[in-house]
Design a binder for this molecule. Structure first.
Ligand code: GLN
Length: 312
């Protein structure tokens, strides 16, 4: 159980203040437009499984969802095809590698080891229902919109900036194709993946998305079931293993909750059965995870008693 609302607000303010005093980390620039983000922007939001909202700072500032989309697209694909079939194509082990690693494919005979790194995520996007890239895209946008409870859109400037510099993801997709892991045109798949990463959200959206997974797949604000409780559970297990790339072990050790980061500075954290946390702060650590997001979340996990490994 979470404490009463005024206490949550107090702890949120304390988490925010603690994280705000940190200025280390750098804004991503390998996607050129991301370098223009305000490094001081910071929003922090909690949505509980009753739909109660607590927010502070720049929670309505829009940014691109980037890798956080991987978690929700994975959930949609599992919902469509089931855990077993998806596992045949995309593995669930931690890669211990950077998000854009090509080695993540080579390690296991082309079985991309985790849907939370680009190789596995691109293979997951290829699995989305639909015969054409347009149909896959429509299914992704509708699915992620159901997770947030509002109609989402793409930030076209971010999409074009990444699409123009996306050679590495093209290489990953070609390699996946060579192993028979994707059977559609690899460039089309990367295009859909790039659009999915450019979907525009704010910290509040992320908290609602996280709360939907925390609530067994039901969006607690709209009341709509987006995925089954089993799919929500399986998605969280995958996040726990690899949500913060090569820092996933340290994250789990400090915070004890499934989470997922994106290079634009977003971070989602899920306290199963309790709440979702969404944050936005663009300064990143060397693995591409928001520095302030991690600090604020660690504080909230401790002070709200959210660590799933704690017995009391
Ligand atoms: N769109 C980005 C990429 O594929 C997402 C990476 C991330 O958020 N870590 O490189």
């Amino acid at each position: 159980m979470l404490p009463p609302s005024p206490i949550i607000d107090e702890l949120l303010a304390a988490a925010y203040g603690r994280a705000e005093s940190h200025h280390e980390g750098v804004v991503a620039d390998y996607i050129p437009i991301l370098a223009e983000a305000d490094p001081e922007a910071f929003g922090l939001c909690i949505v509980d499984v009753q739909g109660g909202l607590h927010e502070l700072g720049d929670t309505r500032t829009r940014f691109s969802i980037q890798s956080i989309s991987k978690a929700f697209v994975y959930a949609l694909v599992c919902q469509e095809f089931g855990h077993e079939k998806v596992l045949d194509v995309v593995g669930v082990n931690n890669t211990g590698l950077a998000f854009n690693s090509v080695v993540a494919i080579e390690l296991n005979d082309g079985h991309p080891m985790n849907p939370m790194v680009n190789a596995g995520a691109i293979a997951t996007t290829a699995l989305m229902p639909g015969d054409t890239p347009g149909q896959k895209w429509d299914a992704i946008l509708a699915g992620l919109s159901a997770f947030t409870g509002r109609t989402l859109d793409v930030d076209d400037v971010v999409y074009r900036s990444e699409a123009a510099t996306n050679t590495r993801n093209h290489a990953i997709a070609r390699l996946l194709e060579s192993y028979g892991r994707i059977t559609h045109d690899p460039l089309d798949v990367v295009d859909v993946y790039t659009r999915q990463c450019a979907i525009s959200v704010d910290a509040r959206d992320l908290a609602v998305m996280a709360a939907t997974l925390a609530d067994g797949g039901v969006n607690p604000v709209t009341g709509t079931r987006v995925v089954s409780a089993e799919v929500a559970r399986d998605t969280l297990a995958v996040l726990a293993a690899n949500g913060l790339y090569e820092r996933s072990g340290e994250w789990l050790f400090e915070i004890g909750l499934p989470g997922k980061s994106g290079v634009a500075g977003g971070l989602v954290t899920i306290a199963p059965g309790k709440a979702g946390i969404g944050s936005y702060s663009p300064r990143l650590d060397s693995a591409g995870n928001s520095v302030r997001g991690q600090i604020a979340t660690a504080y909230l996990s401790r002070s709200l008693g959210l660590n799933v490994f704690a017995s009391a």
